[in-house]
Structure formats: C-alpha cells, structure tokens
Design a protein around this ligand. Structure first.
Ligand code: GDP
Ligand code: MN
Length: 385
C-alpha cells in the first residue's frame, strides 16, 4: 500500500527526521490560512498523488505569493495529474501539500528497499538526487552506494561508505547517520517495503533535509499496522483493483484486450505467457484463488467485463480443490446479471470439468470450450483481433 508524500512526512516527523513545515489543503478557502500558519515569504505547492515525476509535469510549484499558491490549488484540485509514472489517465489530485520553501544547495538520493535476492533490506544512496535513480545506476554507478543490512543492523563501516559516496562533511555525516538509523527503525517498525527520499537535500545552510517522501507498506502486514491502514486512499487506485480486493481477488489491470480468469497465481502467469506466445495481450492478471466460490467467480467475471478494452474473455480453470461446475455456475450467474456481448473461451480441466462445460455451453452461444490451454489461448488471440 502506498502513502501520499504528506502522510510519509507525518511519519518522518514522528521519527524526528528533518522535514519542511507544511499544511495540507483540500479547498481553495484554506490556502491563505495555511500559508499564514506556515509563515515565511516563499512556499512550495505540491499535488498529492501516488506517483513520482510530479516536478517535471507541473505538479510542484515554487510560489512567491499566496496568490500563486491559490492559483496552483485552483489549477490542480479535483483534476488528474499525468506523470511518466502514471498511466495516460493520470491520478486524481484531491489535496495539495503547501510547505515553506527550502533553499537547496545540492540534491541527493536515499532509499531503503527489500532486496529479495539477498533477503535483506538494502540501502541505496547517491550524490545524484532529484533524478531517475535507474539512470544514475546505469550511467554513473560510482555515484551510488548500495549496502545490504545484516538483519536490522547497519555497521559503522557501511555508514561511512554512504557518507563518503555522498561527499558529506563531519556535521553532515552525523546527520546522515541519524537519518539512516531512524529510517531503518521506521522501515522495520512500520513494515515497509520501500522508503525513498528523492531528493534528500543539502540546504544552503549545510544541513540535510528530507524534501520528498515515498513510502510503500507491505500489504501483507497491514493487519498489524492499523494506524497506517487508515491512511489508505482508494481514489489513487484502479477502481477495478480496489473492488477486486474487497472480494479477496488478486486482480491487476494491464494494457491488453484479453480478459483472463484463472485460478492460482502460477496458472494465471502461465496463461498470460501463453497468450503472449501467440502474440496476444492480456487485459489483466486475475487469480480467483484455489477456494473460489460461485459468488467470487461471478464478481471476478463482472470486473473483467467492466474493462472497456476487453474484446474476449479467456477462462482457464484447473479443478483441484475447486469444482469446475461451481465455477461454471458463477460465470453463468455473472452473465445473467450483466450480459455478455463478447466471446468467451473456456478451458476447464480436472474436478467436474465435463459437468462445468455442459453448464456453460447450454447458457450462452458466446461461449466456446477448448480442451487445451494452447487451443484456448490461440483462439482467444484470434478473436481479440
Ligand atoms: P517528484 O517530482 O514527484 O519526485 O516531487 P519532489 O517532491 O521530488 O519535487 C520535485 C522537485 O521540486 C525537487 O527535485 C526539487 O528540485 C523541487 N522542490 C521541491 N520542493 C522544493 C523546495 O522547497 N525548494 C526548492 N528550491 N525546490 C523544491
Ligand atoms: Mn521526488
């Protein structure tokens, strides 16, 4: 689960990390009071969306007057911001973070992330901040320090390595050590999978300061992070994905036009690979789970059909624990409710497959059944064209 920058900074502040004084506004009326409360004579206004790249897309503005903050707020509130990290629809801006403007001498990069290959948390820091870190890693790898924690511990040597890569002086190095230690505590205590400060800046007065905050919480740990879970903002998610998660369906929306309904994550990936093999494109990943009920199958089918890009649905179910006839009844229930205008290709295999196929073929002329996954995928790809 992602957090907004302002929420991330609220947690940073609790951990005594240096962040700018700021206020969140959700309407134009609040701008003047917010600027007055923050004080100073320059502000930065930042559209809050679950995506980076806002600076390059006009979603961050340095403002010399309250009027400029108001104009920015008027321009963005309720609109959608498109950045290189969003899809073409962009993300809804439902609030703006107004902060005191920081005078920057240098922009650095800092992050902590779960490194699956070493099964540890990795810390990545670079003297090149405010830019795409993948690009820095490719072009100037010497500007990046990447270290792997040992459990929750970080050695003094690793801290020194980070500080020397960032070319910090003694005062800054002790500030950096503080930032590293506190972000590591926060990482474990809050069950994060990513914590990124890009840029971490050196202010004109020489002090380190967190100018941005990107935080990702491991969704599997949300049951024990109730306070963080309350920060969830469903407006930042694909509406089909949030609807699916209410029913415990693993649904991820993709760019293609072949809707997929599969049970089991491995089978779902195999199905997508097979579609790709025949030069087709899946519209989604969907795992209805090993214990799919008729109700959840019906819901899943409706979610797939709700995507206007979907030209054909491919159902690939292996009846192991689940019975294929129950799946078939779920599909029929969904079709009864929403109707189906597009072809549906079905491959049912295993437990009660024949019964399931009979139920389906009696229910709609749009449904055709295939015996093998290859056949089904090839047919779906042809129909999608
Ligand atoms: P992102 O583009 O979505 O990652 O948004 P950031 O929060 O990183 O802001 C983008 C850029 O705006 C930063 O890299 C800075 O260069 C600039 N910026 C943000 N806040 C301030 C500020 O307080 N003062 C100045 N001078 N620049 C800022
Ligand atoms: Mn940033």
């Amino acid at each position: 689960m992602n957090l907004h920058e302002y929420q991330g900074k609220e947690i940073f502040a609790k951990y005594d990390l240096p962040v700018s004084k700021g206020k969140v506004v959700t309407s134009l009326d609040e701008v003047e009071q917010a600027c007055t409360d923050i004080g100073g004579s320059r502000w930065v206004a930042k559209a809050q969306v679950h995506a980076g790249g806002r600076g390059k897309s006009g979603g961050v503005a340095l403002c010399d007057t309250i009027e400029e903050v108001a104009n920015f707020t008027k321009k963005w509130l309720g609109k959608r911001l498109v950045t290189y990290q969003t899809d073409k629809e962009g993300q809804l801006v439902s609030c703006i973070l107004v902060e005191e403007c920081t005078n920057i001498a240098d922009e650095l990069y800092y992050s902590a992330v779960v490194d699956r290959s070493s099964r540890e948390v990795a810390i990545i820091a670079s003297s090149e901040g405010g830019v795409n870190i993948e690009k820095v890693a490719k072009e100037t790898p010497e500007k990046i320090a990447s270290i792997s924690l040992n459990g929750k511990d970080i050695s003094q040597g690793d801290i020194e390595k980070i500080c020397s890569t960032l070319k910090l002086n003694d005062t800054q190095s002790s500030q950096m050590e503080n930032i590293i230690r506190k972000t590591v505590s926060m990482f474990f205590e809050c069950d994060l999978s990513l914590l990124e400060i890009n840029p971490l800046v050196i202010k004109e007065d020489g002090n380190l300061h967190c100018l941005d905050a990107k935080i990702n919480i491991d969704s599997n740990a949300l049951f024990r992070q109730k306070e963080l879970q309350e920060m969830h903002d469903p407006t930042q998610e694909d509406p089909r994905e949030s609807e699916a998660s209410k029913y415990d369906l693993s649904y991820v929306s993709l760019d293609g036009n072949i809707g997929c309904m599969v049970n089991g994550a491995g089978l779902a990936m195999g199905t997508m690979d097979t579609i790709k093999f025949f030069k087709g494109n899946p519209a989604n990943f969907l795992d209805v789970g090993g214990t799919a009920t008729q109700e959840r199958v019906a819901k899943a089918f409706k979610i797939i059909l709700d995507d206007p890009e979907v030209k054909v649905v491919l159902v690939n179910i292996f009846g192991g624990i689940v019975r294929c006839d129950l799946i078939a009844e779920g599909i029929v229930a969904a079709i009864d409710e929403v109707g189906v205008e597009i072809p549906v290709v079905v491959r049912l295999e295993g437990n009660s497959a024949e019964k399931g196929l009979a139920i389906l073929s009696n229910s709609s002329s749009k449904i055709q059944s295939k015996n093998s996954l290859e056949d089904a995928a090839r047919t779906a790809v042809e129909l999608a064209r």
